[in-house]
Write a protein of this length. Structure first.
Lengths: 83, 88, 115
């Protein structure tokens, strides 16, 4: 699917990584420990994020809260990873 | 110049909040709070004005949050964690 | 800058400011700056049983960063204008032209700042 992120032997800088995972399923962990798993729609330089079909996980367990679309303010983001 | 991007300009996250103007949104805030209301305005810091809003405060010792309603409220952006449209 | 302009249109109106330490202060908005620091006149604490510190204070400067909410009078907010101004973002980039369509106070202030 995406050539950029699947080939881990090529060095990628953070912004290449971020633009490469747009459209993929990602996990976003926030500073408060809560994480969100969903499809990455969009991301900017502040790490503001928009995801769709998002599920919330508190302490590793699904909290049951689902969001169709969700905007996350960048200052709360600890990490983003492709799942 | 050889490989021109096939898509048009990528939408930024804040562009997607714009579609929520005049719609009901749920804002998750620091301090175990949420605010639901109609989005009347926002800026790049996520400062916002909501109308016909209800604030929900979640306390440790009770399951149901207590609700407080307010006709028009400004929310300072630094308390904002996430913003999501509310299906109605 | 949008909310700076917005709050300038609310000067002399009564507002209730809720701080991040849970105090709620009602007063007349006298002044605002670009950081959304506020000056309030004629203040009273709406939850002064819990917070009796300000019983003898009439007039207050509030650092913008300590504010959680500002409750407003819905009749003094022009929602259509605020929505349109938000749609016009980004607010930090000046637009290429002037303001031929300026009708109202808020609109004029926004446009003047954008020059």
């Amino acid at each position: 699917m995406s050539e950029v992120s699947s080939n881990s032997s090529i060095k990628t800088d953070p912004s290449t990584f971020l633009s490469g995972i747009i459209g993929s399923k990602v996990s976003v962990k926030l500073n408060n420990g809560v994480s969100y798993v969903g499809n990455l729609q969009s991301i900017d330089g502040f790490m503001n994020i928009v995801m769709d079909t998002t599920a919330e996980f508190i302490g590793g367990a699904a909290s049951g809260t689902k969001y169709g679309d969700v905007f996350i303010r960048g200052n709360n983001v600890l990490y983003i990873s492709k799942v | 110049m050889a490989d021109v991007q096939p898509q048009q300009k990528q939408e930024e996250p804040l562009d997607l909040i714009r579609y929520q103007l005049d719609e009901t949104v749920l804002v998750k805030l620091r301090g175990a709070r949420e605010m639901k209301g109609k989005l009347q305005g926002y800026d790049s810091h996520c400062n916002m004005v909501l109308s016909d809003a209800t604030e929900y405060i979640y306390a440790e010792n009770q399951d149901k949050p207590q609700g407080k309603s307010t006709d028009m409220v400004f929310i300072r952006g630094d308390s904002v964690i996430l913003i999501s449209p509310v299906a109605e | 800058m949008l909310f700076f302009s917005f709050f300038k249109t609310l000067v002399d109106q009564e507002v209730t400011v809720e701080l991040k330490n849970d105090m709620e202060i009602k007063g007349v908005l006298k002044s605002v700056d670009q950081y959304l620091n506020l000056k309030l006149d004629n203040i009273s604490c709406t939850n002064d049983v819990k917070y009796p510190h300000l019983n003898s204070v009439k007039n207050l400067f509030i650092r913008g960063s300590t504010v959680r909410y500002i409750h407003l009078n819905p009749n003094s907010v022009d929602c259509t204008l605020l929505q349109d101004a938000s749609r016009r973002g980004p607010w930090f980039k000046p637009p290429s032209k002037g303001c031929p369509l300026a009708h109202t106070k808020l609109q004029c202030i926004i446009d003047r700042l954008n020059i």
